[in-house]
Design a protein. Sequence first.
Lengths: 112, 114
Amino acid sequence: GQSLEQPSEVTAVEGAIVQINCTYQTSGFYGLSWYQQHDGGAPTFLSYNALDGLEETGRFSSFLSRSDSYGYLLLQELQMKDSASYFCAVRDSMDSNYQLIWGAGTKLIIKP
Amino acid sequence: EAQVTQNPRYLITVTGKKLTVTCSQNMNHEYMSWYRQDPGLGLRQIYYSMNVEVTDKGDVPEGYKVSRKEKRNFPLILESPSPNQTSLYFCASSLSEGSSYEQYFGPGTRLTVT
């Protein structure tokens, strides 16, 4: 079967750094996406890794290791507005069509 | 403003009463998709469309229908809703199937079937 594992909840302090991990088992793999979703809102795209290594976008970075079937999202200089759920999603191919397989999400709680 | 719109945002209905949730995007995107989101399960794809008149099933298509007669619109149809279809529904789009890793989501439709 296909599965993505990420922690259900992570707590951190404002100003700190937090890492949200994602491990996956899928039949195929073409890349790993990260999305942010605030309560009551829609998911918004954060980053995409197709190759191994670290991608940095401002305070957010995303890492991928294809050999370990593992990736993480790193959030630095945490702000209260970063309180949200974060989803990893694997880009897979089924019947020659690409689709995203989603993790269940990690709720990030930030304390002042 | 580039956006994906969905209507209605909230809907309470009864079992068996046909309903349609509309989705429209103004970004000239080829790829559109419908998801449902349930607590602890993340997002599950219902149907997707790679272009006009091209649709295909996602992971949980049972009980749903879609159509793609125009590029900008991708309505979701529940012919005979049941309580297990109570969920939060999202429509999403991307420039093409090749860029489906970056999808733009509508605001969501919260559906309750009693």
